[in-house]
Design a protein around this ligand. Sequence first.
Ligand SMILES: Cc1cc2nc3c(=O)[nH]c(=O)nc-3n(C[C@H](O)[C@H](O)[C@H](O)COP(=O)(O)OP(=O)(O)OC[C@H]3O[C@@H](n4cnc5c(N)ncnc54)[C@H](O)[C@@H]3O)c2cc1C
Length: 264
Amino acid sequence: MLSKIVPGRQPKKSGKLLAEKKFINDNVGFIEILDVFGNDLTVVNAARVSFNKESEFEPIRDGYGDSAKVVGHRVSAKDQSLIEYLAQNNHVTPFFHPQLRFRIKMPIYITREWYRHTVGFARNEVSRRYVTFEPEFFVPSELRKRDINVKQGSSNEVHEHNSELLANIRKTNHKALELYNYLLERGVCPEQARGVLPQSMYTEFIETASLAAYARLVNLRLDSSAQKEIREYAGILSSMVEKIFPVSWRALVKYNEFFERKIG
Ligand SMILES: Cc1cc2nc3c(=O)[nH]c(=O)nc-3n(C[C@H](O)[C@H](O)[C@H](O)COP(=O)(O)OP(=O)(O)OC[C@H]3O[C@@H](n4cnc5c(N)ncnc54)[C@H](O)[C@@H]3O)c2cc1C
């Protein structure tokens, strides 16, 4: 069940955010937000401490004069400009303070790429030394052909024998699973039996990182030269983060030297 997340010092009324779990195209892999620390003002106030100052959210009023009602809160125009300035001038440390925690289910061969992003990340993962529940495998719906450019991992062209080759992949996965179960039945320890499982097997991990760390990861992994599957994860994560840190995320995206594409 989805629980409610109330990020630290979130503006009243407008501040409550529903926890989100988004599935990847295959409906098995997912990204789920578990926890959030901070909001756009966290970035602002980390910067404003230099002058021993602090900002508040600005009330949004509906109506005029004394009868006007406060219907929400927002980052003031002055603070929005500060966030833009910080991002534009690579004053990155204020973006280290907000933190997000996710639970992510991902095929192992994509996880290997994801884990290359190290600075600012903490991770813990399900261990197949200990668990023996039935592994699941990522089988894409379409097998892409190789690209003529060796640096580009794949073309957009679907292989002409897609169905036949996918059937082969499923068969091999099934055989690997049978052998895995057989080894366990025969008393082989899980930490060695897992060696026969394919790289396409899903794993799950919990990851905590700063807004700056995620901006860096998303920036690199949304690039058209990155693998399609990791681009998908990066795009989904980006759209989730944007909802929570709208001003900071847009500024990070806008001024990131590599990050010229739209998020989401
Ligand atoms: C499209 C694409 C293709 C890739 N292909 C390959 C590949 O073929 N083979 C491969 O091995 N990797 C590959 N990578 C992974 C890549 O080399 C990086 O490991 C990954 O992108 C994470 O980079 P990062 O700078 O965010 O790393 P992080 O480890 O998160 O580091 C963040 C930043 O901290 C600083 N930093 C980190 N460690 C050090 C250090 N030891 N000394 C000084 N400064 C440091 C650097 O400024 C660094 O950029 C690929 C990545 C992408 C996006």
